[in-house]
Ligand binder design. Structure first.
Ligand SMILES: [Zn+2]
Length: 78
């Protein structure tokens, strides 16, 4: 993966970062024009993306490409 200008400035999301809508692990951080930061799981970011864009939000972290790369805790339980 190529480096971007943001790499050295932006923290990466960790397991403790939770979706503001449902509490699932967050994979996207969006920053509103006011500077307020919102965290979303992949599902809720997709659901809210149009509204966020319309309101001028900037996606500051997008780690959705890692969603299927991480082992899921629930995947191995029956
Ligand atoms: Zn969510």
């Amino acid at each position: 993966m190529s480096a971007t200008a943001l790499d050295s400035q932006v923290r990466k999301l960790v397991k403790g970062d939770r979706c503001d809508s449902c509490g699932a692990e967050a994979f996207v951080q969006a920053t509103m024009p006011s500077g307020y930061e919102l965290l979303f799981c992949g599902h809720h970011f997709t659901k809210n993306e149009d509204v966020l864009t319309a309101q001028g939000a900037t996606v500051t972290i997008d780690e959705r490409h890692t969603i299927n790369a991480k082992p899921s805790v629930s995947a191995n339980t029956d």
